[in-house]
Design a protein around this ligand. Sequence first.
Ligand SMILES: [Zn+2]
Length: 215
Amino acid sequence: MDLILFGPPGAGKGTQAKRLTEMLSIPQISTGDMMRAERAIGSELGKKFDHFMSQGLLVPDDLVLSLFAQRLAQDDAKSGAIFDGYPRTATQAEALDDLLKSRERKIEKVVSIEVPLEEMIERAVGRRSCQDCGHVYHLRYNPPPSPDVCGACSGSLVQRKDDTEETVRTRFDEYLAKTAPLLDYYGKRNLVVPVNGVGELDLVTTRIKEAIGVS
Ligand SMILES: [Zn+2]
C-alpha cells in the first residue's frame, strides 16, 4: 500500500509513521534522509544533489523522482511505502502519480492527522524537558514530581524556546497553507481520510488503521 501521511508539526506524525511501517512492513520514504544519504556516499545522483543543495537551491523535481524510482525498486518498498516530505505541491503530486503509475502502483490513501490548534498550543506550552537526561514531561498529562525537577535524574526541567503559543500558531498556519493544495488535489480523488489526532498514541494508531482499512 502506498500512503501519504500529513499532520501538523507536533501532532505525533513521526511516531505514527514508524508504527505504520512496522505494521504494514513497508518503509517510510523521506526525501530529506535519502538525499543526505546519497550525498554522503557520493553517488552520481548524490553529486547532482550536492550541486543544488550546497548553493541553498531547491533540488529539481526530476532528480527527486529519480531517487524515488531507485528506492521504490528496492525489495522492502516493492509492496508499498509511506511518503514523507514529498509531494509538497500539486505538480509534485502529479509527478509522483505518474511514477507510481508506471510501476502499476498508486497512492491509495492520504491520511491527514488532525489536531485542533488549541490542543497543539496546550501540548506545547505545558511541555518540559530535562536538561540532563532529556526526559520529556507535560505539566498536565505527564507531570514531573515537582514542576522544575526531573523525576528520573533530579536534573532541572526547562521549556524549549519554540514551545510558545506564538510559535505553535505560526507553524500551524504555515502547515495549513502548505498542505491545502495537496489536500485539495487528493481530495478531488476522494483519497483523503481525516483522522482525529487527539488522544493516546494507541488510540490514534487504531483510528489510522480503521481509516486505511487495515486490521
Ligand atoms: Zn532527567
